[in-house]
Design a protein around this ligand. Structure first.
Ligand code: ATP
Ligand code: MG
Length: 439
């Protein structure tokens, strides 16, 4: 669904503006706004994958050519034919049928690789694009007994996707392992119909990959090499007829007696030549550059020499093409990584030194502040201490003063009363003695 249409449909679901009766706390507002933006972004990303069906847009053929020149090695035929076929087909507003190309050749020669490059140039998301569909026979159609179900599902899948986007790309891998009956199920979509059940399939692209005729192609390339001819002189006409014959007649081919070939529905048979050591070296160099490592000629030679070549005596072609280049390179890069501790030591030593310097600076700053605060605090403490002593001195002096004064006054009073009591006692006892004497 178009993202704009989706957003318009969402509009009725939007809540009516709400005016709060009470002031809303600021954190709640911020949280609400963030939640809203986050949810909106998620919905937007979910429904807009950023790509659209390329029905009318042109593919940059010059860009595709440049990419093929830089990335696909030793395949002058495949490069030339594919470019020509695609540029003609993609520019044609009204093609008579869907494009059907069949890539043939020995293992590791770039059949999947070129399909990925093509897909990426039509849809930037490449093999991840929702308009590019890859089927692998052994994965998607493994059981012969389910053939009818597979046929039905495959036809529905193709119909559904071409209805959604006319410029859909379908890649069938391991066609040599695919049941001929299943291949025949694709036939109506490749035929010369303007519309089939109201669906127009003429802008779709079908790519078939297989090892069928791999030996034929390898033999032809070897014959050229033995005759001292330049590989680039091999023409499509040298191999095309043999290719279609081999695809049609070999009973281990998925195309075996298939009506696709019978009715000439495959537009092009593209041969992939076996790769020589020079091409393997180019693959290694490309892999090294892609990994962002400095190109080392010695490393390239080591990896290339580690590959197996055939025929046994001449060792001309790589048995696995460029297929295991990445894995082999890993094996040679591993010791280099293991050697690194020396370099890492310098680095770790440097960072260690930096960390110590940093620690020294930080701890000095900390100590400085510690000292300053300590001095200030202890000064304050001492001041208060002195103040408290002075205060204590004053208070205790006052207290002693009062203590003394009260003691003096109180003892004076006591003595007065004592004297009075004695005087009173003297008077009273004199009176008493007088009366005692009289009585
Ligand atoms: N001609 C080539 N130029 C550059 N790289 C290549 C070439 N052929 C193969 N490679 C490298 O080898 C890897 C494997 O190749 P790819 O999967 O295309 O082989 P294939 O022809 O499909 O083999 P198979 O028949 O076994 O499926 C690619 O991802 C790519 O990195
Ligand atoms: Mg492959």
């Amino acid at each position: 669904m178009e993202k704009w249409l989706f957003l318009v449909l969402l509009c009725p679901l939007l809540p009516a503006p709400v005016r709060p009766h009470e002031p809303v706390p600021l954190p709640a507002v911020v949280f609400g706004v963030c939640l809203g933006i986050g949810t909106g972004g998620f919905i937007w990303n979910f429904f807009s994958s950023g790509e659209s069906c390329k029905e009318l847009e042109e593919v940059d053929i010059a860009d595709l050519q440049e990419d093929l020149e830089n990335r696909l090695f030793g395949q002058h035929l495949a490069k030339g034919i594919t470019l020509q076929a695609l540029s003609g087909f993609l520019r044609n507003e009204n093609p008579s049928k869907a494009l059907a190309i069949s890539f043939h050749g020995p293992t590791g020669t770039g059949k999947n690789y070129i399909s990925q490059i093509i897909a990426r140039h039509i849809y930037p998301e490449g093999m991840k694009s929702r308009y590019v569909h890859q089927f692998v026979s052994t994965l998607h159609f493994p059981h012969v007994q389910h053939l009818d179900t597979y046929k039905d599902q495959l036809q529905k899948w193709i119909r559904g996707n071409v209805t959604a986007c006319k410029r859909s790309v379908f890649i069938f891998d391991e066609v040599d392992k695919m049941h001929p009956g299943l291949i025949n199920a694709i036939k109506p979509f490749l035929d010369y119909y303007d519309y089939l059940e109201r669906v127009d399939y003429r802008k779709a692209i079908f790519i078939f990959l297989s090892n069928t005729a791999g030996e034929v192609i390898s033999k032809l390339a070897l014959d050229f090499w033995k005759a001292g001819k330049v590989r680039e002189d091999i023409k499509l006409s040298d191999v095309e007829h043999q290719l279609s014959l081999s695809a049609f007649n070999k009973n281990n081919s998925g195309f075996w007696h298939s009506s696709l070939i019978d009715r000439h529905l495959i537009d092009l048979y593209v041969p992939f030549l076996p790769l020589e050591q020079q091409h393997v070296k180019m693959c290694i160099k490309r892999e090294i550059m892609d990994r962002g490592i400095i190109v080392d000629v010695e490393l390239i030679s080591k990896v290339a020499n580690d590959m197996t070549y055939y025929p046994k005596d001449e060792k001309v072609f790589s048995v696995k093409g460029c297929k295991v280049v990445s894995t082999k390179l890993n094996l040679y890069l591993l010791p280099t990584i293991m050697d690194r501790p020396r370099n890492l030591n310098i680095f770790s030593g440097f960072f260690n030194f930096v960390s110590w310097v940093f620690w020294g600076i930080c701890s000095s700053i900390s100590n400085f502040f510690h000292f300053v605060f300590w001095a200030i605090f202890s000064l304050f403490l001492n001041i208060f201490y002195i103040i408290s002593w002075v205060f204590w001195g004053i208070c205790s002096s006052i207290s002693n003063f009062f203590n003394f004064v009260f003691w003096a006054i109180s003892s004076l009073f006591l003595n007065i009363f004592y004297i009075i009591s004695w005087v009173f006692w003297g008077i009273c006892s004199s009176i008493s003695n007088f009366f005692n004497l009289v009585f």
